[in-house]
Design a protein around this ligand. Structure first.
Ligand code: SAM
Ligand code: SF4
Length: 331
């Protein structure tokens, strides 16, 4: 089917699915230390129900699907889900965003299932800091996960790095240098007012200190004399650069500093069966009852696309945070 255009002229071709709100880490900016109240499993979509939503979206022009969460690799049927979505003829690409704690074991089965690429979240190269940011994660498992993803040709590997002042902004050059020898694509992301705005605890920056704009990040990397590079496949709203002679690239994702809404081509599906037209806007269209009663989902899908707002409004309420965390929305 041809693309479905929203009221602001944007083709909606990309669906991000939060498969679960559960996670095996507790990153400080995403969740409180004790975690969140998990949604009851009965309220979450089953594998068949997720597939019906994706089939509907594919008939309305969605061609790329990203599996996320929470942590998508803790979903017990992750390989089957990837496989069944990849099998839908009009879906051109299935990819995944993960913290990589379980990637070493799952990279090859996922590649065999038809998954094309992974984005791996990594905010620091320092083992102790990694434990503090993720509240208990093991960075060696991330490195083993990346190696397994490379062996399984889940390429190009992208690294997602949220930059927080006073926490990891001093590592910008070291992180950027990773792209010199490795064909990796690191993307520095502005901290968004979504998730945990509370006091993160001793030694962590306070809410008003944390935000670093991508302009400032770029300026901190000026010594590299980075040149604009071709956007890497699936790089979405990232602006991409290359250190001269480097194998990989350095990207900047600026949801706050620059409006990336003009080219927003996505819808989100939450684990509890709601279509979310905008990451920030709390408007959600629930299709769980419809999918469970066997109704057509077309009208729900159309309504979601037609209600996409022109812009998010995150700047208006910073540093306070939205009600749902990124893990529930599917960041
Ligand atoms: N658990 C997986 C992971 O961490 O990659 C997938 C879900 S996580 C919610 C997706 C991405 O959202 C991660 O790269 C994470 O760093 C990012 N994220 C979470 N909260 C954020 C926030 N407040 N601002 C910016 N990015 C955030
Ligand atoms: Fe879990 Fe990802 Fe949120 Fe970290 S950012 S707590 S890994 S969902």
């Amino acid at each position: 089917m041809k693309d479905f255009i929203d009221p602001f002229g944007r083709s909606i071709t990309y669906l991000r699915i939060s498969l679960t709100d559960r996670c095996n880490l507790r990153c400080v900016y995403c969740m409180p230390k004790e975690g969140l109240q998990w949604q009851p499993r009965a309220e979450q979509l089953s594998v068949d129900e997720i597939l019906r939503v994706v089939e509907t979206a594919s008939r309305w022009g969605v061609k790329r699907v990203r599996l996320t969460g929470g942590e998508p690799l803790v979903h017990p049927h992750i390989v089957e889900i990837a496989h069944r979505i990849a099998d839908i003829p009009s879906i051109e690409e299935v990819s995944l965003t993960t913290n990589a704690m379980l990637l070493e074991r799952l990279a090859q089965p996922l590649a065999d299932s038809g998954l094309k690429r992974v984005n791996i979240s990594l905010d620091t190269l320092d083992r102790e800091k990694f434990i503090r940011i993720t509240r208990g994660g093991d960075i060696d498992r991330v490195w083993r996960g990346i190696a397994a993803a490379e062996r399984a040709h889940l390429a190009p590997i992208k690294l997602n790095t949220v930059i927080v002042r006073g926490l990891n902004d001093d590592e910008l050059p070291t992180l950027a240098r990773l792209t010199i020898k490795n064909d990796w694509h690191i993307r520095f992301i502005e901290l968004m007012p979504i998730g945990n705005s509370q006091d993160w605890g001793d030694g962590f920056p306070t809410p008003s200190e944390r935000y670093v704009s991508t302009q400032e990040m770029h300026a901190q990397l000026s010594a590299f004399d980075m040149q604009p590079a071709q956007t890497v496949i699936g790089n979405g709203p990232s602006r991409t650069f290359r250190i001269p002679g480097a194998s990989g690239t350095v990207g900047f994702i600026s949801p706050l500093g620059e409006h990336f809404c003009e080219t927003c081509n996505r819808l989100r599906l939450t684990a509890d069966g709601k279509l979310r037209p905008c990451l920030d806007n709390s408007n959600e269209i629930s299709l769980r009852e419809a999918v469970r009663s066997g109704q057509s989902l077309d009208d729900y899908y159309r309504q979601a696309v037609l209600s996409k707002p022109q812009h998010h409004k995150m700047l208006a309420y910073m540093p306070a945070c939205s009600q749902r965390s990124m893990s529930q929305i599917g960041g």
